[in-house]
Design a protein around this ligand. Structure first.
Ligand code: AMP
Length: 109
C-alpha cells in the first residue's frame, strides 16, 4: 500500500515542522497557513476520513482533542482556537489521511 504524505512525514521521509508528537499522534505546522497559528493534528494510524473510523479508532479522536487542549495551554497565542476536519474530497479534503486543522492567533482565525 502506498504511504500517505503524512505517513512519510511521520516516518521522517519528508521534512516538516513538527510541533508535538506522542505514540499515536503527530502535530505539524501547515505548509500553507490560513491563520497565524495553523497546525495539523494527525493520528499516526492511516485512517482516510471520519467515515472510515471503526470502533477501535475512536481513542484517536479523544487523543486528538486532548492534543488540541495541550496546544491551547502551551502555545503562545493559541488559548482560543478553531478546529476543522475536511472529511472527503467533496468537502475539500486534499490529503486522504485523517487530520484536524488547529487554527489560532490574534483573533484572526
Ligand atoms: P485538507 O484540505 O483538509 O486535506 O488539508 C490538507 C492540508 O495539508 C492543507 O492545509 C495543506 O496546506 C497542508 N499540507 C500539504 N502538504 C503539506 C506538507 N508537506 N506539510 C505540511 N502541511 C501540508
Amino acid at each position: 500500500m502506498t504511504k500517505t504524505l503524512f505517513s512519510k512525514i511521520i516516518d521522517r521521509e519528508i521534512d516538516s515542522n513538527i510541533i508535538a508528537e506522542s505514540d499515536d499522534i503527530i502535530v505539524i505546522e501547515d505548509i500553507n497557513p490560513k491563520a497565524p497559528i495553523h497546525y495539523l493534528i494527525i493520528p499516526k494510524k492511516e485512517i482516510e476520513k471520519v467515515q472510515d473510523l471503526e470502533e477501535g479508532d475512536f481513542s484517536y479522536i479523544e487523543k486528538m482533542f486532548k492534543m488540541a487542549q495541550y496546544l491551547s495551554e502551551n502555545v503562545e497565542g493559541a488559548g482560543d482556537f478553531r478546529l476543522a476536519i475536511n472529511s472527503g474530497a467533496d468537502a475539500g479534503q486534499e490529503i486522504p489521511h485523517l487530520h484536524m486543522h488547529f487554527l489560532a492567533g490574534n483573533g484572526e482565525v
